[in-house]
Design a protein around this ligand. Structure first.
Ligand code: NAD
Length: 445
């Protein structure tokens, strides 16, 4: 039933004191994603690309994106005419680039970690870039320079030798100029004008024009996500992925000091992503009047937004949950493990120490999620679906490997020999024991 324009746009409403444990657990859940069907659909697409390379990718682009092309890979240096931007756009992208670069550059381990665990036993750790990375930038119609920045900058900072960017072509077969401009800035070597599972397969297996990569990053629709999972499980292509991805989420915690218009605006900036967006408001000791003001702002601001139709679908399955204390709110938030956590609190910085699980935190009324989505410097590719319990968002460390080493002197050999020989004996690995014994025998002559 299409909703009437005058219908009120409202979140569901609960109170922690009047729901039971079962209901609380239900509120923590995300919609079930069954990927078996999608995996069945993407597997043959990927096999085709593996067998027939570029020809298969071009066929699928014709079929799914309705774009006819003769070649789909462009290589650096890119044509300046295809990345022409108006000065305001260029300025905005350049500023975002600089902030994201600064924050991700600071994450790089530039020095070797050295620890002498015992006299003469020196352990070290150093990092090396993953040599070839594939970055998926979604959307044929959408313009997503931000995702290109968020994936491309850490790859550049880490020193990845080859950066391949895949993105669906526009209907005329061209690349969004903003995306190409960022591809140029981060030093990408190839841009593949293709999307979906076929693009992921091209980067995982390599084609005549697309280099095979070692790790694939980036968000995308269910076909992209399933293709990344299939590629990761196929040992023949030896590729890894950044993280599992589901629909985007925000959890906002607001107390009486919160500005209802700001809280509503933050909820809606998430709700406009898609009908499946997850939006949660935790109301800490709010008066009925204050909560009502937030609800009114949600409705009124939503009505004025161009993506009101999407919001009409996402807001009704979102909810607010009222509770008395900040401790209860933080406990719920940590159990939910949101992708984005926004703190509209009197002492927002003080609440950060209570955060156990979240992709990225937005502290105080002047830190909207939009800042992190675009330009404050933090990454916007973050774990969803509760995976922030154990995954980090995309960061510079995802683009490097850490290699450890040890270097021992004769003194170190002498001091550690008996321990290692004993442990090897317990495990019944005589050759291991012997590798120490032949040395220590000479030292202890
Ligand atoms: P997309 O690039 O993810 O997928 C488009 C591709 O899907 C097309 O190129 C086509 O090849 C393929 N496809 C479409 N229908 C198909 C079918 N029936 N069978 C096989 N393949 C098919 O773009 P999208 O679809 O617009 O989705 C964008 C996704 O990315 C959304 O889910 C959005 O939430 C997400 N997103 C996330 C972020 C972020 O950083 N978190 C940013 C932007 C977008």
């Amino acid at each position: 039933e299409p909703a009437l324009n005058s219908d009120r746009i409202e979140m569901m409403k609960f109170d922690l004191d009047s729901i039971d444990k079962k209901k609380r657990n239900e509120l923590l859940l995300r919609p079930i994603i069954d990927s078996t069907e999608i995996i069945k659909r993407v597997t043959p697409i990927m096999q085709q690309v593996r067998q027939r390379g570029d020809a298969a990718v071009l066929d699928f682009t014709r079929q799914f994106d309705r774009v006819e092309m003769e070649t789909h890979t462009i290589t650096a240096p890119f044509d300046p005419a295809q990345m022409k931007l108006d000065p305001e756009t260029k300025r905005a992208i350049d500023q975002a680039y600089d902030n994201i670069y600064k924050f991700h550059d600071a994450q790089l381990d530039k020095e070797t970690l050295v620890v002498e665990t015992m006299p003469g036993v020196v352990c070290s750790r150093f990092s090396r870039p993953i040599e070839r990375v594939g970055l998926y930038v979604p959307g044929g119609t959408a313009v997503l320079p931000s995702t290109t920045l968020m994936l491309g900058i850490p790859a550049k900072v880490a020193g990845c030798r080859e950066i391949v960017i895949a993105t669906p072509p526009r209907s005329d077969g061209s690349v969004v100029p903003e995306v190409l401009y960022v591809a140029h800035k981060v030093g990408a070597s190839h841009v593949l004008k293709a999307g979906g599972a076929q693009a992921v397969a091209a980067m995982a297996y390599g084609t005549e024009t697309v280099p095979k990569v070692d790790k694939i990053f980036g968000p995308g629709n269910q076909y992209v996500t399933a293709a990344k999972m299939v590629a990761q499980n196929d040992t023949s292509c030896l590729v890894s992925i950044d993280m599992p991805a589901g629909p985007s989420e925000v959890l906002v915690i607001a107390d009486m000091t919160s500005n209802p218009a700001y809280v509503a605006a933050d909820l809606l900036s998430q709700a406009e992503h898609g009908a499946d967006s997850q939006v949660v408001l935790l109301a800490v000791d709010l008066t009925e009047q204050h909560l009502k003001e937030i609800e009114n702002e949600v409705h009124n601001q939503a009505m004025a937004l161009p993506r009101c139709d999407i919001i009409r679908k996402s807001i009704p399955h979102s909810f607010s949950l009222s509770m008395k204390t900040l401790e209860e709110a933080m406990e719920f938030s940590n159990d939910y493990a949101p992708e984005h956590l926004i703190l509209h609190l009197k002492d927002a910085p003080g609440a950060v120490s209570m955060v156990q699980n979240a992709g990225s935190v937005f502290v105080g009324q002047y830190s909207p999620e939009s800042f992190g989505d675009y330009a404050s410097g933090t990454n916007h590719t973050l774990p969803t679906y509760g995976y922030s319990r154990m995954y980090s968002g995309v960061n510079t460390n995802g683009f490097v490997k850490h290699i450890t080493s040890q270097e021992c002197t004769a003194e170190g050999m002498d001091r550690l020999a008996d321990t290692v020989m004993r442990l090897a004996e317990i495990e019944g690995l005589d050759a291991h024991r012997n590798a120490v014994a032949v040395r220590v025998k000479d030292l202890r002559k």
